[in-house]
Write a protein that binds this ligand. Structure first.
Ligand SMILES: Nc1nc2c(ncn2[C@@H]2O[C@H](COP(=O)(O)OP(=O)(O)OP(=O)(O)O)[C@@H](O)[C@H]2O)c(=O)[nH]1
Ligand SMILES: [Mg+2]
Length: 210
């Protein structure tokens, strides 16, 4: 019998992910077929970096030190164009003109409400600022809409491990009554939590893993 120690490293089903298209309004989105998981969160939280880390592709989704960089909804194909990851523009970035901000936010709202292929949300939070008002709003909306949410507490490398772990426990405690929500630690730079995030995405996108 093969020993446990001989287990090969897991293969990454997201490694071949490619950009498909961007949309600035709902009518420009891809046909609403197949399965999608969208990455949502405050501006600058680390959504695009998380997608790149999961796909092991540094430049798949554009990242930036300047908040508000992702202004369009970007669609990525994973193992097929029917199993997609979607990078949403960040919520709540104050420095864009109010009219532009409203326009993005209406667009994200419409996408979240109307998209039938949406299987669940990856909600990205900077571990140093978890559960902002925006995050709480998304969580209560997702409960009403019966949409699953998986939270990545990202930039975990910015805290000592003990502090990161206690933030994880606190967030889990705060959300213990929400059974549609799960939470994990993550760091795009330290490649922490990748297997756990990939397993959840694979489950939601119906991708076979080894
Ligand atoms: N230390 C550290 N920095 C990170 C991590 N993830 C993202 N960053 C940094 O945080 C900044 C924002 O990252 P993005 O991935 O562009 O954030 P975003 O949520 O896509 O931002 P918007 O598209 O503007 O909403 C960049 O400077 C990243 O390098 C992480 O895990 N650790
Ligand atoms: Mg982004």
């Amino acid at each position: 019998m093969a020993s446990m120690n001989s287990a090969k490293p897991k293969t990454n089903p997201f490694q071949g992910s490619t950009f498909i298209t961007s949309a600035a309004k709902l009518s420009q989105c891809l046909i609403d077929e197949g399965l999608e998981v969208a990455f949502a969160g405050r501006s600058n939280a680390g959504k695009s970096s998380a997608i790149n880390a999961i796909a092991q592709h540094g430049k798949l989704a554009k990242t930036s030190k300047t908040p508000g960089r992702t202004q369009l909804i970007n669609f990525f194909s994973t193992v097929s164009e029917q199993q997609r990851i979607v990078d949403l523009p960040g919520y709540g970035y104050a420095k864009v003109p109010l009219a532009v901000k409203r326009q993005w936010e209406n667009f994200i709202d419409a996408y979240l409400r109307e998209r039938s292929s949406l299987q669940g949300l990856f909600l990205i939070m900077d571990i140093r600022h978890p559960l902002t008002d925006f995050d709480s709003m998304i969580l209560s909306w997702s409960k009403q809409s019966q949409l699953r949410v998986h939270i990545l507490l990202t930039k975990a490398d910015k805290l000592k491990f003990g502090a990161a772990k206690s933030t994880l426990l606190k967030v889990q405690r705060d959300l213990k009554d929400l059974d549609h929500v799960s939470v994990q630690l993550f760091s795009a730079t330290q490649k922490m939590g990748l297997d756990e995030a990939r397993d959840k995405l694979s489950e939601w996108l119906d991708i076979e893993t080894d």
